[in-house]
Every structure is written in structure tokens, then in C-alpha cells.
Design a binder for this molecule. Structure first.
Ligand SMILES: Cc1cc2nc3c(=O)[nH]c(=O)nc-3n(C[C@H](O)[C@H](O)[C@H](O)COP(=O)(O)OP(=O)(O)OC[C@H]3O[C@@H](n4cnc5c(N)ncnc54)[C@H](O)[C@@H]3O)c2cc1C
Ligand SMILES: *[C@@H]1O[C@H](CO)[C@@H](O)[C@H](O)[C@H]1NC(C)=O
Ligand SMILES: *[C@@H]1O[C@H](CO)[C@@H](O)[C@H](O)[C@H]1NC(C)=O
Length: 509
């Protein structure tokens, strides 16, 4: 329905992306450009940062991207037979404009859509089955939940509408020094309240019925974030937007965006684990003392270090996800910030599913559902079960029926034991398990997110994940810290933490 109207607006914004290259880079330079910039982490956040750094700081700056494992980070694929399958971040919302822009810019394409149907499982039987017919789905929802479903779309759209303001702010070069400032600029106090309330509280307060929340909303938060509706309302809204129509993925695998951005940024990839960052004082030409950052790292050739004017950290400093220590900083910077990341285990199974496990009594070949979400029920060990299509859909592709052996993806909070797999699958030819510390464990009321600015010219983009973790959030945080880095380097404080931007920029479009 009105997603269509929004898409028109999306196109408008995209238009601006192409033509509206802001005048900043050509503004009179108050200071010489930085010579060397380091980015730590080669996921979507780090590679987007490298791309935006090149755009803001020009051709001459040397940009190094450190990656300890593989480019893509939480965007990763697994090769099964001749095909690859997404094991981490998989779907992108139609209004994720940074991701859209990257794909266009790099020259990638959107993966061919294979229609799919969703069902909801309560541990015993399927409690909701999507039909081919929009009107049937609509009437079923209407019959059971009144207008809850329609109102949910409007609720999410209201939030998305405010969310979209960030693209205009960034287009005009505005940046924010904390997650809270950024959210406040998008949606005012009501956005900050969404961080401090549970999704359940927010929806109950807005008049949604408890049965709708349990039966429909919970399965969506479980598949997207492995968490119940008692997590924060902001990430809850992002999660519900993830149930909109028009979701897409990148042909050939989402991680191709990361390697493409890296290539376009002309940054150098340093395949190494960064172990520490420290501040070093250096006398400068003018006689004053300037500080530089020393990045220490261990790669194949042993340990080494390099000096940088600016450093951007694009990996969470939580729970051993990065293990970077900081020295020489006052006040000190901790190597681990408080807060836990939630474990989601992604198990790919090439095999035949046991449709009776799902309470389906007809023939397996009649089982037409490819996405099975789950209610929050005691004893249920899985969060979701989906039939996976490869990252590239060959011409003439047809998704195999449930009676045949094919690739399934199970999300669960704990690794599945063999006897649990034996219940869900009749047989298998292979199993690939990936344990992710996938996204934060969101428990409102939320403590303040870590700052984007850890020190003078040392930036940190992952705090955005404490509002919500997804590819687009890392990308927009990358844009934000690069703008911050640029403005602070050149002393343009008027572009940082401005109040009331929405009203001020209203006339500009
Ligand atoms: C199972 C799962 C499903 C998801 N589903 C979706 C989805 O459908 N849609 C969506 O938009 N998002 C989804 N997400 C979230 C999304 O994948 C992440 O929000 C996003 O990929 C984070 O990107 P990032 O670059 O910020 O961090 P990361 O991808 O974690 O990148 C950080 C990188 O830094 C590297 N690194 C860490 N420490 C060091 C060090 N000391 N030195 C050098 N390198 C280091 C790591 O190896 C890693 O490559 C999902 C995530 C998971 C796990
Ligand atoms: C399939 O699932 C049903 C219901 O859980 C179970 O009783 C049956 O044993 C399973 N079949 C196999 C072959 O494991
Ligand atoms: C959220 O809750 C925390 C802890 O109760 C509090 O410190 C903070 O001020 C609250 N923030 C908002 C925006 O209400």
C-alpha cells in the first residue's frame, strides 16, 4: 500500500545522492588534509567508512583498512555444492538508501526475487499460514486481530518516515556526536523513549492487543533479532520494518558490497589483527606538538605498527569481539564497553525436512512454506527455519519442494544437538554451523551508548548498533563518523549536533 508512496520519495532522495555532492570538499581549507587514515574492521561499516573517507578527504590521503578475518564481517556466505548461501545478514529494506546507493555505485545488481510464503509455528502446529492471495491474508488477519495488522504498518511507517530524515541531514553534511543526538535529530524525544521502552510496552500503550503481539509480532522479532518483544521498541520497529514487502538482497552475496566499496575507496587492505592503539606526540613543522595514533597489529609477517592522523574503529568493542587495547589516553579508553552481544547460531542443513515436526499432516510435497517463524514457547529450540535460495538465482531456477533434499537455515540461540536435528530433519547430506555474536542483547531501559568520538581524532562507529543493528545502520554510522572526522579536522563545528534540523531544512528540498 503506502510503501509505494514512500518508494517515490526514496527515488527523490536517491536523485539527490547523485547530483547533490555537497560543496564541502571544495570549501576553503583551513588546514592541510590528513595524510594517513586507518579504518579497523572490513565489514559493511568499515568499508563504507573507507568509501566515504575517500569522498570527503580527496584523492591524496592514504587510507588503510585492517581486517583480521574476511572482508564482509557479519555478511558472509557458505559454499554448499556449487552454490553459496548467506549465513549472516541477509535481507535489506527497500528504503535502505545507503545500501541502494552502494549497489548502484559499485555496479552490482539485486538478486532475482523468488516468491516465498511464511507460516508461524508454535512448537506443535502452524498457527498462521500465508496464502497466495493478498485479500485472503488480509481477511484472516482482520478476522483474528481486527485492525491490528493494518495499524502496525502505519505505526512502523510513522517511525520510518522520521528515520528517513537522516538522509537529508547527511546530504547537507550534518553529523552527530552520539547515538542519542542522532536519534533525537531524527525523531525527537519520542525516538529516545523508544530506546527506553520495550516493544511490548510501546505497542500495548498504543492499543495493540496482547494476542496480536504474541502471535504475530513476537515471531518477527525472534527471526530478526533472536529476542522477544521485551527488547527495546526502537530495534523492535526496525525489526517490524523487516517484515515489509520489497525486501531485497545483493546478487552474488551481500558481502560483495564490502569488497566493492573497498575497491572503490582505493584503500589498502592490511590483512592483520589490530592489537592496540596509542597516542604518540610528534613535533610538527610549525614547532607545536601534534599527536598521531599508533596502530599496532599482527599479520602474517609478524607484528608491526603504523602512525595515522585519524583512526576509525568499525568493530564492536564488546565481549572479545575485537580485543583492542588503548594506551596513553586520558581519560583512559576501556578495551571492552559494558553490554552483551546476543548469540544466534545459524545452521545450514542440506537435507529433507520432517514436515510432521511442524504439525503438517499432508504430503511433504504439499508443504509450500519457505519461511517458518516461531512463537515464544517453552521447549522450542529454534527461532526460525527457512528454505534458502542461493545468492545467485540461475535462470529457470525453481525452489525445490519440501519433499526433496535442499538447503535450510535454522536460527537458534544455542547450537543444535544431533537429536534435535533428527527431529526436525528426516535426513541430511551436510551441516554447516556458524555461531554469531550477532547483535546486541537489547534490554531497556538502555544505558547511554558509547560515544562516536573516543578521542580527538579517534572515532568509533559501532555504537549505532545499540539503537539497532543492521547493514544500513552501520552504513549511516560510517557516513556520520566520516562527516564528524572531516568537520572536526577543518574546525567546522556548525555542522555538528545542530538542533531542530528538521524545521530548518524543510524549505531546502
Ligand atoms: C545471523 C545474522 C543475521 C542478520 N540479519 C540481518 C539482515 O537480514 N539484515 C541486516 O541489515 N542486518 C542483519 N544482520 C546484522 C548485520 O549483519 C550487521 O549489523 C552488520 O553486518 C554489521 O556490520 P559492521 O561492519 O558494523 O560489523 P562487522 O560485520 O562485525 O565487521 C567488523 C569487522 O572487524 C573485524 N575485526 C574485529 N576486530 C578486529 C581487529 N582487532 N583487527 C582487525 N579487524 C578486526 C572483524 O573480523 C569484522 O570483519 C544480521 C546479523 C547476523 C549475525
Ligand atoms: C518427525 O516429527 C514427528 C513429530 O515431532 C516425530 O514424532 C517423528 O519421530 C519425526 N520423524 C522422524 C523420522 O524423526
Ligand atoms: C532511559 O533510562 C535511563 C535509566 O533509567 C535513564 O538514565 C535515561 O535518562 C533514560 N533516557 C530517556 C531518554 O528517557
Amino acid at each position: 500500500m503506502s510503501v509505494r508512496n514512500l518508494s517515490v520519495r526514496a527515488l527523490l532522495f536517491l536523485g539527490i545522492f547523485q547530483v547533490g555532492r555537497r560543496g564541502l570538499a571544495s570549501a576553503p581549507e583551513l588546514k592541510e588534509q590528513p595524510k594517513k587514515i586507518a579504518v579497523v574492521g572490513g565489514g559493511i561499516g568499515g568499508t563504507a567508512a573507507a568509501y566515504f573517507l575517500r569522498q570527503e578527504f580527496g584523492a591524496s590521503v592514504k587510507i588503510d583498512v585492517f581486517e583480521a578475518e574476511t572482508i564482509g564481517g557479519r555478511l558472509a556466505t557458505e559454499k554448499i555444492g556449487e552454490q553459496e548461501y548467506e549465513t549472516g545478514g541477509s535481507v535489506i529494506h527497500p528504503l535502505n538508501l545507503h545500501m541502494k546507493h552502494f549497489v548502484d555505485r559499485i555496479g552490482l545488481s539485486v538478486r532475482t526475487d523468488v516468491p516465498s510464503k511464511m507460516a508461524i509455528f508454535d512448537g506443535k502446529e502452524l498457527t498462521f499460514e500465508e496464502s497466495d492471495w493478498f485479500i485472503v491474508n488480509f481477511l484472516r488477519m482482520l478476522w483474528r486481530y481486527g485492525f491490528n495488522s493494518l495499524r502496525m504498518h502505519m505505526w512502523v511507517e510513522g517511525i520510518l518516515d522520521k528515520f528517513m530524515r537522516i538522509y537529508q541531514y547527511q546530504q547537507f553534511g550534518y553529523s552527530f556526536s552520539s547515538v542519542e543526538q542522532l536519534l533525537h535529530a531524527m525523531g525527537g524525544a519520542s525516538f529516545l523513549t523508544l530506546l527506553n521502552q520495550t516493544l511490548e510496552e510501546a505497542m500495548v500503550a498504543d492499543g495493540f492487543s496482547q494476542s496480536f503481539i504474541n502471535d504475530i509480532v513476537t515471531p518477527i522479532t525472534r527471526v530478526n533479532y533472536g529476542q522477544s518483544v521485551r527488547f527495546s521498541a526502537f530495534v523492535g520497529a526496525v525489526s517490524l520494518a523487516g517484515a515489509d514487502s520489497g525486501l531485497w538482497a545483493v546478487d552474488g552475496g551481500n558481502k560483495r558490497v564490502c569488497s566493492g566499496l573497498l575497491y572503490h575507496s582505493k584503500a589498502e587492505l592490511i590483512q592483520a589483527q589490530v592489537t592496540s592503539v596509542s597516542v604518540k606526540m610528534r613535533p610538527s613543522k610549525s614547532g607545536s606538538v601534534a599527536s598521531l595514533y599508533e596502530v599496532n597489529y599482527i599479520g602474517d609477517a609478524g607484528s608491526a605498527h603504523s602512525l595515522y592522523d585519524i583512526v576509525i574503529l568499525a568493530t564492536p568493542l564488546h565481549q572479545g569481539l575485537s580485543d583492542i587495547s588503548f594506551s596513553g589516553f586520558s581519560p583512559p579508553i576501556p578495551s571492552h564497553f559494558p553490554g552483551r552481544y546476543h548469540q544466534t547460531v545459524s545452521t545450514l542443513v542440506l537435507g529433507r525436512v520432517n514436515v510432521s515436526y511442524l504439525g503438517f499432516s499432508q504430503k511433504p510435497s504439499d508443504f509450500v512454506f519457505s519461511d517458518i517463524l516461531t512463537q515464544d514457547m517453552k521447549g522450542l529450540v529454534i527461532n526460525s527455519l527457512s528454505s534458502l535460495d542461493p545468492v545467485h538465482i540461475p535462470p529457470g531456477y525453481r525452489r525445490p519442494p519440501a519433499s526433496e533434499s535442499k538447503v535450510w537455515k535454522v536460527f537458534s540461540p544455542e547450537p543444535l544437538k544431533e537429536e534435535q536435528l533428527r527431529e526436525i530433519f528426516l535426513s541430511w547430506e551436510g551441516i554447516w554451523e556458524k555461531k554469531w555474536l550477532a547483535y546486541p542483547s537489547y534490554t531497556p531501559p538502555q544505558r547511554r551508548s558509547p560515544p562516536f568520538i573516543l578521542h580527538d581524532r579517534l572515532y568509533y562507529l559501532s555504537p549505532i548498533e545499540w539503537a539497532a543493528s543492521c547493514m544500513e545502520m552501520s552504513a549511516l554510522s560510517a557516513r556520520n563518523v566520516v562527516l564528524l572526522a572531516h568537520h572536526r579536522w577543518h574546525g567546522h563545528s556548525a555542522k555538528i549536533d545542530q538542533e531542530d534540523l528538521h524545521t530548518r531544512l524543510r524549505g531546502e528540498l
